[in-house]
Design a protein around this ligand. Sequence first.
Ligand code: MN
Length: 157
Amino acid sequence: MSLEEYKKKRKFKITPEPEPEILQKSENRFVIQEHDASHLHYDFRLEMPTEIGSGDIVLKSWATPKNLPEEAGVKRLAIQTEDHPANYIGFEGKIPKGEYGAGIVKIWDKGKFELIKRDPGHIQFILSGKKIKGEYNLIKTKGFGGSKNSWLIFKSR
Ligand code: MN
């Protein structure tokens, strides 16, 4: 995945969202953006290379309808969305009506993470945010009626 999909979906003359700036080094930041669009959801983003071990630094992104669980063991759906540029991490604002993702974006939490493991179907990390803290896992679902972008997120400790 690259930022082509991010760019294709947006008209930068209209949306206040940032045009991509390419970073080569991750600062291991994460953000959860509350996005009051057609359905309220939370966009969870981890700053890391676009591919495992290589590529530009982007925000790997998942939309979580119910946000991250704060209780260990509770599994929640996380739908992977297009990579976002690293400079999206501070974005808050109003995406105009008629544009992709129209609605209000606010930062719900942010901080740093420590990556424990990144396999194609399993990413494990420790989040140190203001609200969200602890060891989390993203597991790609296979089958179970989910789409190819379906993952589950849960806290392990
Ligand atoms: Mn969103």
